[in-house]
Design a binder for this molecule. Structure first.
Ligand SMILES: Cc1cc2nc3c(=O)[nH]c(=O)nc-3n(C[C@H](O)[C@H](O)[C@H](O)COP(=O)(O)OP(=O)(O)OC[C@H]3O[C@@H](n4cnc5c(N)ncnc54)[C@H](O)[C@@H]3O)c2cc1C
Length: 387
């Protein structure tokens, strides 16, 4: 029986190296890119070249051959440095996992190496305006033709479409016999004829933007279909655990980033002849955050370890719990850090107020807190399904 509660030596080395990369960029770089309407291209390509983006992609396809816990560590360390990269949750974690597990050899050879080295980004689109959290109501439809497929429909809140070469689209096909609709996954080039998008005016301050997408009779070749037409849902679920583990890691990273800033300020700011951190009203919420971040991280690491060991149901439970715990602590950490800074908490110079909207993100996307709680209520506690 193992008595180690820490991550492997290799993982800890990876964290150190990524933290050093993150420190060279940091929140000033991230916010400047957002405000000047630039992308984090330099950071993204450097992380790609160093092998961090592809750390969980199999080695034969240009990756590092690690697991989702390694990728989550990369995402967390960059967030701790003030660079929460949402597209890491999407491109290597969701799309990379689905292609690596269900793509054909040819699809893996085509799409994974550029993902691993950061030269291509893939968006992921499931959310539709009228379906929301209820993916049974998706209407984007792919009809079979002699040459392949014709895709029609639309998506909303899709991140990074402007940076992506392809979008992995969750659509539906009609069963040849019954006519019933079933989910299926398609890789759609962003420059395909009939694909258009419109940026959504979001309050989140980030270089990564959200878009409404339109598919107007988009012609796709046969091999745009990823995996089997008949196993769509199972394939989709393959991407869900990595997505939750990554979202949780981005959230614990953001929480740690905010806590670090608050602690530094509480040690230094002095208005009564001693640092404000000497007041328990300031110190205790920070101590509580330290505990809650650690709990959320442990749950996230447990989810990653179970996923790597192939226990999908166990990983699903831990990943949903981790996501709720991490989403809550991220929102509270940014809020508490702002309070610790007094007026400076709302001054742009201190770099906290900019994170306010983003700190709410993990409770909404990629799956809402309520849907994660529904999972725990139903599968962990055996309560009746409410929807
Ligand atoms: C910044 C950002 C980036 C995003 N990026 C992407 C992306 O790249 N790709 C993509 O596909 N999507 C993306 N999304 C969409 C995101 O996944 C959805 O917003 C999310 O799944 C919730 O769906 P909805 O907004 O339609 O909310 P709704 O489904 O309308 O839900 C509204 C509220 O009702 C609650 N609710 C709904 N159903 C239930 C229920 N059965 N029980 C209890 N409560 C319920 C929800 O939890 C929520 O609080 C992004 C969203 C944001 C904000």
């Amino acid at each position: 029986m193992s008595h180690h509660f820490t991550e492997s030596e290799e993982r800890r080395e990876l964290r150190k190296a990524v933290a050093a990369l993150g420190a060279r960029y940091g929140e000033r770089y991230f916010y400047a890119a957002a405000q000047e309407d630039r992308k984090t291209t330099e950071l993204w390509s450097e992380a790609g070249k160093l092998g961090y983006l592809g750390v969980s992609i199999p080695e034969e396809f240009g990756g590092g051959g690690g697991d989702i816990g390694d990728l989550a560590a990369v995402c967390e360390e960059l967030a701790i440095a003030g660079c929460p990269l949402l597209l890491m949750v999407v491109s290597p974690a969701i799309v990379g996992t689905v292609i690596a597990q269900y793509g054909t050899q040819e699809q893996k050879e085509r799409w994974l190496p550029p993902l691993a080295d950061g030269s291509q980004i893939y968006a992921f689109s499931i959310t539709e305006p009228d379906a929301g959290s209820n993916s049974h109501n998706l209407t984007t439809h792919a009809a079979r033709t002699a040459d392949g497929w014709v895709l029609k429909g639309g998506k909303t809140f899709i991140s990074g479409v402007d940076e992506a070469s392809h979008i992995l689209v969750v659509g539906r096909t009609s069963d040849q016999r019954t006519g019933k609709l079933k989910p299926a996954l398609f890789m759609v080039p962003t420059d395909a004829e009939g694909v258009t998008w419109q940026q959504i005016d979001m309050g989140v301050i980030s270089p990564e933007k959200q878009f409404t997408l339109f598919f107007d009779d988009v012609h796709l070749p046969h091999d745009a279909l990823v995996g089997s037409e008949d196993a769509g849902l199972e394939q989709l679920f393959a991407g869900l655990n990595p997505e939750r583990i990554m979202a949780a890691s981005m959230a614990t990273g953001t929480a740690r980033w905010a806590l670090n800033k608050a602690v530094a300020y509480a040690k230094e700011r002095d208005v009564w002849g001693k640092p404000i951190g000497a007041h328990q009203a300031i110190a205790h919420p920070l101590a509580q955050l330290h505990i809650d971040i650690e709990m959320a991280r442990l749950l996230t690491q447990k989810a990653a370890a179970l996923y790597a060991a192939g226990d999908l149901m166990g990983a699903g439970e831990a990943a949903n719990m981790a996501k709720v715990a991490a989403g809550d602590v991220a929102a509270r950490a940014v809020d508490t850090a702002i309070q610790t800074h007094g007026g400076n908490g709302l001054a742009n110079e201190y770099g906290l107020v900019q994170a306010l909207a983003a700190s709410r993100l993990s409770n909404i996307a990629p799956v809402s807190k309520q849907m994660a709680l529904n999972f725990v209520a139903q599968f962990s506690l055996g309560l009746p399904k409410s929807y």
